[in-house]
Design a protein around this ligand. Structure first.
Ligand SMILES: [Cu+2]
Length: 85
């Protein structure tokens, strides 16, 4: 009997990733950035959160698309507001 599963180097399943970005208002310093990163980073499936303080741009990288409502809530929990996206 042959095994149906054969490990092949280089063919292991690579998780898809998706990014979405949002415009957040109210962030004024590095502490704000950290708060947003922490809250959004706790959303299940989120891999990475990039925050650009000068523009208020928040880019979320996740394994699967995240419900924007969940991101809005996380940003609100951090004390800020998504104004676009
Ligand atoms: Cu701040």
């Amino acid at each position: 009997m042959k095994s149906a599963t054969v490990a092949q180097p280089g063919l292991e399943r690579r998780a898809m990733s998706t990014t979405s970005s949002y415009q957040v208002s109210g962030m004024t310093c590095g502490h704000c950035v950290t708060s947003v990163k922490e809250e959004v980073g706790e959303i299940p499936g989120v891999r990475d959160v990039d925050v650009e303080l000068s523009s208020g741009r928040v880019t979320v990288t996740s394994e699967e698309p995240i419900d924007p409502g969940v991101v809005h809530q996380a940003v609100a929990d951090a004390g800020y507001e998504i104004v676009n996206g």
